[in-house]
Design a protein around this ligand. Structure first.
Ligand code: ADP
Ligand code: MG
Length: 132
């Protein structure tokens, strides 16, 4: 069993689709084993997205992610990291495959509805930041 870290981003929370996102995980073999509904503090968000700190969109990304409540979750299942990335779809919702979470609920490259760890190593780092 593998763990991954998931965020339902502010735009998706505003759309009232927390249940639909979790249903997608649950019907595809991923189990929610930790969850927290919260607004991320700016400093914690900057730490979380540290790898992108030199990118031109960093300021706007942190602004968006700390602008309103999110749902933070740890998901568990077989190949949880890759499975979650498949369910999410491409970073850009316009390029995401039909039926994926980003295609269904994403609004733009930045406001793309969900986050998912890109490797087991990232998952461990991200889970530690938000769940200790
Ligand atoms: P992913 O979330 O698919 O792993 P990245 O790690 O490359 O994608 O980027 C992290 C997040 O930063 C994305 O989910 C998205 O919200 C935002 N982002 C990435 N690229 C851009 C961009 N070109 N413009 C605006 N926001 C972006
Ligand atoms: Mg990433």
């Amino acid at each position: 069993m593998e763990k991954t870290f998931s965020i339902i981003k502010p735009n998706a929370v505003k759309k009232n689709v927390i249940g639909e996102v979790i249903t997608c995980f649950e019907t595809n073999g991923l189990k929610v084993v930790e969850a927290k509904y919260t607004t991320i503090p700016k400093a914690q968000c900057e730490e979380f997205y540290a790898e992108h700190s030199e990118r031109p969109f960093f300021g706007e990304l942190v602004e968006f992610m700390t602008s309103a409540p999110v749902m933070l979750m740890v998901l568990e299942g077989e190949n949880a990291v890759m499975k979650n990335r498949e369910l999410m779809g491409a970073t850009n919702p316009a390029e995401a495959a039909e039926g994926t979470l980003r295609k269904r609920f994403g609004d733009s490259m930045g406001e793309n509805a969900v986050h998912g760890s890109d490797s087991p190593t990232s998952a461990a780092r991200e889970i530690k930041i938000f769940f200790g």
